[in-house]
Structures are given as C-alpha cells and as structure tokens.
Design a protein. Structure first.
Length: 118
C-alpha cells in the first residue's frame, strides 16, 4: 500500500486542522492505520491509531480529547481532526499502515508539516 499524507500547515494556537492520508495499492480496509509525529530534535512518537473497520481507536495521552482519528474505507482515506492545537503539536505528521495490529507499521507516508504558533 502506498500512503500520502497532506493537509498540514501553519495555524495559531487554539485553531483546527484536518490531516488526510490517501492510500493506494492493496485493499485499504485490510490495514490498521496510525498517525505518528516527529517534532524537531525529538524522536517520532505515536499519536493515534484506528482499526481496520474503524471501530477501535487509541490516542496518545497528549492528544486525547483534542484529536480524532477516523477513516473512510470506501474512499481509501484516513483522517486526523486536530482541534485546540497547541504549540507543542508542532511536528511533521506521518500516516502509517499495519497488518500486525499495531505491533509494527510497515508502510509509511511522506509526512506533512504542522506548525502551531502561540
């Protein structure tokens, strides 16, 4: 599966952005999906994940209540709705696909940059 993330940009603190991850190739619905991010000078970290059907989601504590992950298998697309953005959300956001229930992510998109100003 090939993944392409887009939708990043510059936003003031308190604002909202919606990231999208478009998938092509093999059947999108056979993959669990996740969002990760990497801030400057820091290691990549988990943000959120969603099961193949979309019925199960998980979030990092730092984004719970502010971010919502979703997917539309008919459109081969995953989303990350980010509300109440904070400067510490500034990072490059990556989408990824897993066939191991999240144990490992084998497919990665190229990343989209999110910058939140205070």
């Amino acid at each position: 599966v090939q993944l392409q993330a887009f939708g990043g940009g510059l936003m003031q603190a308190g604002g909202s952005l919606r990231l999208c991850c478009a998938a092509s190739g093999r059947t999108f619905s056979s993959y669990g999906m996740g969002w990760f991010r990497q801030a400057p000078g820091k290691e990549r970290e988990f943000v959120a994940s969603i099961s193949r059907s979309g019925s199960n989601t998980h979030y990092a504590d730092s984004v719970k209540g502010r971010f919502t992950i979703s997917r539309d298998n008919a459109k081969n697309t995953m989303y990350l709705q980010m509300n109440n953005l904070r400067p510490e959300d500034t990072a490059v956001y990556y989408c990824a696909a897993t066939r191991t229930g999240g144990i490992s992510y084998s497919y990665w998109g190229q990343g989209t940059e999110v910058t939140v100003s205070s």
